[in-house]
Design a protein around this ligand. Structure first.
Ligand SMILES: NC(=O)c1ccc[n+]([C@@H]2O[C@H](COP(=O)([O-])OP(=O)(O)OC[C@H]3O[C@@H](n4cnc5c(N)ncnc54)[C@H](OP(=O)(O)O)[C@@H]3O)[C@@H](O)[C@H]2O)c1
Length: 252
């Protein structure tokens, strides 16, 4: 299937590791022009080498911490430097936030900002030029936790908030030509991931988790998430507005 992504200008926020890096590689294989954001410059350079080897039309990176910087200013700077984006992928997020369900608002704000609101703030700047051009794709990486609502309550609630944002705002955007959607991954493993060390140790938690929660009985790969993101980013997704798609090996 020709996804028609050749030469598209793609922003990936949270691009240096894991799923985000897999997404960059996927867009590189489609010969896109990629702008990658993360905090670690050395990893962004490694990602760039991989992307160029895979066929990226262009690869640029910007070192930024979206929890520390003014995210609207960052978005303005990116547009001034690179132009309006065809595709934006927001991948930053983690379940490794406070697990204290009776914790203070500060903990909840932190989890919400990291998993949803920092990206939403960037969208306030990145989406209007897409509306003007009557075309664009904004894809968030949520989590199947948003649907199953178990595990860390602060993480699951933040991702559920993100999915609600995608549904409600995605409907508003649907007539404009801008498609807002998300992927909800199940557990994904890769070198350096949360699960990686348990897999390498042959830890019993791995069998326990997979047999109880992931019917496919294995972890997903960044590439399996990237494949769906690429489809969403293409014109082939033209009837998929405001949707949150599970890619989770039959999470249960
Ligand atoms: N892995 C899973 O099993 C799984 C399952 C469901 C959903 N998800 C979701 O998928 C997304 C990616 O997960 P992952 O496991 O691949 O995460 P990861 O390995 O921790 O990678 C996160 C990426 O975001 C960047 N990042 C983190 N904090 C940042 C910040 N403050 N500012 C800018 N960049 C930042 C990281 O690079 P730097 O450290 O260099 O900044 C890295 O490139 C997350 O939203 C996660 O919630 C993952």
């Amino acid at each position: 299937m020709d996804l028609g992504l050749n030469n598209k200008l793609v922003l990936v926020v949270g691009a240096s590791k894991g799923i985000g890096r897999g997404i960059v590689k996927g867009f590189a294989e489609e010969h896109c022009r990629i702008v990658a954001i993360a905090r670690s410059e050395d990893l962004l350079k490694e990602t760039g080498k991989e992307a160029c080897d895979a066929g990226a039309a262009e690869y640029h990176y910007e070192v930024a911490d979206i929890m520390e910087c003014n995210t609207q200013e960052l978005a303005h700077r990116l547009i001034d430097k690179y132009g309006a984006f065809d595709v934006v992928v927001h991948n930053v997020g983690t379940s490794l936030v406070s697990r204290n369900h009776l914790g203070p608002a500060e903990d909840w704000f932190h989890a919400l900002k990291l998993n949803a609101v920092a990206a939403i703030d960037m969208n306030s700047v990145l989406i209007p030029p897409m509306i003007e051009r009557k075309s664009g794709r904004v894809i968030h990486i949520s989590s199947i936790s948003a649907k199953m609502l178990r595990g860390n309550p602060l993480y699951a609630s933040s991702k559920e908030f993100l999915c609600a944002y995608v549904t409600t705002v995605g409907r508003q955007l649907a007539p404009t030509g801008v498609l807002l959607c998300s992927v909800m991954p199940g557990a994904v493993a890769f070198e350096g991931s949360y699960w990686d060390k348990f897999v390498k140790e042959g830890h019993p938690r791995v069998h326990e988790f997979l047999s109880q929660h992931q019917a496919v009985n294995r972890f997903g790969t960044p590439e399996e998430i990237a494949n769906v993101v690429l489809f969403m980013a293409s014109s082939k997704s033209s009837f998929m507005q405001a949707t949150n798609i599970p890619v989770d090996g039959a999470n249960m």
